[in-house]
Design a protein around this ligand. Structure first.
Ligand code: GLY
Length: 345
């Protein structure tokens, strides 16, 4: 890419005082990496990448390259341990920086390694999946899984920059697109506006811009940031009920349809807005029916385990004031909505 090309892209700033950072979105923006490393003043970097070496941009400084593998199996403390040992062998110091290249599982685990190594090194994320570009790489949540559950060990560690290069999306398999579009569909209902039909880059930018506002207002997830989990309560339950055969974004898509129906059943929104949920999800060619094997009682039991559900069932629901966390939702209403939803045969 030429210097001229890098100017044709979108830039969103996550405003967090002296920890503010830009998110660049567009074709070829990964080539801003050397400039970003120079801005940080890093002497050397470690690039941890789930993408082939020939797709990686220049860093402009001496670089350690480490291979990563996207996927939940490698998102664990052993991977963080391996990365930190390699950083130490290379002699990575507090004057240096770390770069992650990959999907959300890679940006999450490299982000955690960056937060821990030398008690915190600057990290730049180059997310390469749609899901990671619109959600996972922005906002500073880093974590790995334990056998007892997902994301149980983590840290808030904001990156110094995020480079969402849309060229990386060219080779994504169809289900990875679906995964990312699930999060974009839910962004339609948390204040990002109607994104249907916009060019992809604008949909990513609008989703990131809304997330940036939310993170700036509630970095530590004590209130407003919950709304990013729109559609996720049922989504997570569906992932677990199907033993993760259903991908995250697919679960979120079905969960978004459910959230609309539930908000309607509770009188929070009218029938047109309820219908809009299904329309938006279907416009992205996303699943909207409950999977065949997922029974109402099992889904309710799983939704009771949701971390937002401190008393009874809790959901992020649309309403007169926009999306907000609604606690103590009666089980009978939830069961009625689930029973009325279409199911796969
Ligand atoms: N992915 C939800 C959040 O960043 O809070």
């Amino acid at each position: 890419m030429t210097a001229t090309d890098t100017r044709i892209h979108r830039r969103i700033d996550v405003e967090l005082g002296d920890r503010s950072y830009p998110v660049h979105i567009g074709s070829g923006v990964r080539h801003l990496l050397a400039e970003k490393i120079a801005e940080i003043g890093a002497q050397r970097v470690a690039v941890v990448s789930a993408r082939p070496r020939d797709t990686l941009p220049e860093t402009g400084v001496p670089t350690l390259y480490l291979e990563a593998r996207d996927g939940e199996e490698d998102k664990n403390l052993a991977t963080v341990d391996r990365m930190c040992r390699a950083f130490a062998e290379f002699g990575l110091s507090r004057a240096d920086a770390i770069v992650s290249v990959g999907g959300g599982t890679t940006t999450d685990s490299v982000g955690l390694a960056a937060a821990l190594y030398h008690r915190g090194l600057p990290v730049i994320h180059l997310p390469t999946t749609l899901l990671a570009q619109v959600d996972a790489s922005v906002g500073g949540k880093t974590a790995v899984n334990l056998p007892q559950g997902k994301n149980l060990v983590g840290q808030y560690w904001q990156p110094s920059a995020v480079l969402c290069d849309t060229d990386y999306l060219d080779t994504l398999p169809k289900r990875e697109w679906t995964n990312g579009y699930g999060e974009i569909a839910r962004a339609n209902f948390i204040g990002a506006g109607d994104l249907r039909g916009l060019p992809l880059e604008e949909q990513i930018a609008a989703s990131v811009a809304r997330k940036a506002e939310i993170v700036a207002a509630d970095e530590r997830d004590t209130g407003l940031r919950h709304i990013l989990n729109y559609g996720h309560t049922l989504g997570h339950a569906l992932e677990r009920a199907t033993d993760f055969a259903l991908r995250h974004g697919e679960g979120v898509a079905i969960g978004t349809v459910f959230a609309g129906l539930l908000a309607g059943a509770l009188g929070r929104i009218g029938p047109e807005r309820v219908a809009e949920h299904l329309e938006v999800v279907r416009s992205y060619d996303l699943p909207y029916r409950l999977p065949a094997g997922a029974g109402t009682a099992e889904l309710i039991a799983l939704m009771r385990l949701d971390k937002k559900a401190t008393s009874g069932l809790a959901f992020v629901l649309d309403g007169p004031l926009g999306a907000e966390l609604v606690s103590g939702v009666p089980e009978s209403v939830v069961a009625g909505v689930l029973d009325a939803m279409e199911r796969e045969h």
